[in-house]
Design a protein around this ligand. Structure first.
Ligand SMILES: Nc1ncnc2c1ncn2[C@@H]1O[C@H](COP(=O)(O)OP(=O)(O)OP(=O)(O)O)[C@@H](O)[C@H]1O
Ligand SMILES: [Mg+2]
Length: 162
């Protein structure tokens, strides 16, 4: 499913629906993994910020490029306990992902793991991960491709009754 965002506000609206779809996709005994694929500046971090906001994270979400991983504890009413944000851009390989506790993060079913640059650590991404692809169309327009795994769980448009 191809969505188009023409502003940060539209990206926030997409994040709202995405969080609901991911909440419905929760697996028992395992983390929910959202892989964000797309070039530099495609909007992976911008979408992650919007997801974090949607999940009640009050602090400013910055790209974890230099710390590799950031973990946010979420308010009780949220569908996940933690948001784990990983930027794999600078990772040398799967061993570095393992070193920051990837297996433990995956084993915790309350985790929503958002990973930028999943291509860098392809072999470590579980087949149950949801891969959203982003593309910059122009300065303010972003194409956001929702994977088949989430389309059936996508919230109904607000205007539609029943
Ligand atoms: N419709 C839009 N939705 C989201 N971001 C947008 C939109 N239009 C413009 N932008 C801008 O695009 C930029 C996207 O940068 P962002 O850091 O999110 O990219 P990224 O994919 O994480 O890149 P990197 O690979 O460097 O981590 C931001 O500066 C953001 O303000
Ligand atoms: Mg980024």
């Amino acid at each position: 499913m191809k969505l188009v965002s023409k502003s940060i506000i539209e990206t926030k609206n997409i994040a709202h629906d995405l969080v609901r779809a991911l909440a419905s996709a929760r697996l028992s005994g395992r983390a929910t993994v959202l892989a964000l694929a797309g070039d530099l500046g495609a909007g992976k971090t911008a979408l992650t910020k919007a997801i974090a906001h949607e999940l009640g994270v009050a602090e400013d979400v910055t790209s974890p490029t230099f710390v590799l991983e950031k973990i946010y504890r979420l308010p009780k009413k949220m569908p996940f306990e933690h948001l784990v944000h990983i930027d794999a851009y600078r990772l040398e390989g799967v061993h570095e992902l393992e070193a920051i506790g990837w297996d433990e993060a995956l084993a915790h079913h309350g985790n929503l793991i958002v990973i930028e640059w999943p291509e860098r650590v392809d072999q470590a991404i579980p087949h149950t991960a949801h891969t959203v692809r982003l593309r910059a169309v122009n300065e303010t327009t972003r194409e956001i491709i929702i994977p088949k795994s989430l389309v059936p769980l996508w919230p109904e448009p607000k205007t539609k009754k029943n």
